[in-house]
Design a protein around this ligand. Sequence first.
Ligand SMILES: *Cc1c(COP(=O)(O)O)cnc(C)c1O
Length: 394
Amino acid sequence: MLARSAMLQEHVQSHRPTLMHPDTRAVHGADLHDTNASAVASPIYLSTTFKREPDGSIGSYLYSRYANPNRDQFEKALCEAEGGQRAYAFASGLAACSAVLQCLQSGDRVIIPDDAYYGLRSMLTEIFSRFGIGFSMVDMTKPLQLREALQEQAQLVWLESPSNPLIKITDIAALCAIAKEHAVPVLCDNTWATPYLQQPIPLGCDMVLHSVTKYIGGHSDVLMGALVCATDDEFSQRLRRIQMLCGAVPSPFECYLAARGLQTLPTRLRAACRSAERFAQHFASHPDVESVLYPGLPSHPQHNIAAAQMHMPGAMMSIMIRGSEERALAVAASLQVFSHATSLGSVESLVEHRKSVEPADSRTPGNLLRFSIGLEAVEDLIADLEQGLSAVRS
Ligand SMILES: *Cc1c(COP(=O)(O)O)cnc(C)c1O
């Protein structure tokens, strides 16, 4: 009986279509394939330690900080989705950022976008400057600026597209080509797009970073980060040592939730993108709106780059409310379907007045509200902002 089921298993494996649709791979790639009880849903291995083999040798697992089945499974599934060779999960998106910077050494320099995620900039300024790691900022929508910045030695180019909160799109392939001329590796923070809208590795990036907290987790209940390496090179091995030795790792339960999030990610994202497109179109020519920053609108300055490099324009946008900062804050406060809260990428829609959470030197306009479009019916989302705008109309 056992032999027969093993044979059957082998048959299924060898006859599995190799080029399955990404949606199918998302569902089956993130499953732990339990061999113990044949459970359909993945089990969670809470054990921190694992028994050695009878001869004293170490089996598949030793100690959970080094590796555990749930983390392995999540890393494998994300790695496949991004088209990389190795992935590493961390306790948060910023722990993943920190691991990358810990791979550098005193005297090294990183080139980051001028509107990089503010946590990265604060980390470089407050923490890594003390270890002699420098950085410079360029407008990545102007490839010439990167070319100029690379005249000075640099060890890493950091990209983020779409950017936060100005929704700038950078031409990932073009920037990778420039960095390659100088043999400088490129990392792309792909948190906002996810591998289903944009794959930085085939575009030339060496590393991809995720705040798993956002779209991958997808329900505002997991704090986690991850890195995917295009090749298992020396940098990748250094990341592995930092994951093991510095210990900023997620728990098995979080890895289980994140793997589950990966299974529904393509479908959730597609629904959110469709709503976002309609939401953006509705408010693009609204009298109470100064402008809508959304890559799907032909008015977006990098609309063509987004159309070429992304499958869909995403579910994030910023809307500049006509009038003062106070007016924008009042609109945010009057919304009832949208929650006024930070973060993004979840089933529920969120709105955020970015300027008031950013550091004092923030260049974000005071009348800007950032929207994360979730999975509610878009009619309700449109009606909510309509009522918010009319509530503050003078
Ligand atoms: C949220 C976010 C991060 C940080 O991730 P955490 O999980 O909050 O630590 C990094 N990059 C981007 C683009 C983000 O949106």
